[in-house]
Design a protein around this ligand. Structure first.
Ligand SMILES: [Zn+2]
Length: 101
């Protein structure tokens, strides 16, 4: 038996008693965090890395890095680059997605 099979009134009664945090699954929370990371208002300016010649824009000594945030799936927060290894952040699977992607 799944929750979907319960009458709507009973389902509403149950959902109203749940802690709101419990209503968001971890997967959905991570997806939301990644969307915030890609949003410049929360994740800071975009970072581009060209692996062909290791070109980084902005460079690590330029401003912009302090305003950037990455999603940490351990503590479920947006964290600065100092919370991660910079080499890890440039790895393809951890790179910030381009806004339009
Ligand atoms: Zn963390």
């Amino acid at each position: 038996m799944s929750l979907d099979s319960l009458p709507t009134e009973l389902l509403c009664n149950i959902l109203c008693r749940l802690d709101p945090i419990g209503l968001i699954s971890r997967r959905h929370f991570v997806e939301r965090l990644l969307a915030l990371e890609a949003d410049p208002r929360h994740g800071g300016p975009p970072l581009s890395f060209r692996s062909r010649d290791n070109h980084l824009d902005p460079g690590t000594s330029e401003s912009g890095w302090d305003a950037m945030r990455w999603a940490c799936t351990q503590c479920m927060r947006l964290r600065p680059h100092t919370a991660f290894g910079n080499h890890a952040l440039l790895r393809l699977r951890y790179r910030k997605p381009r806004r339009e992607s």
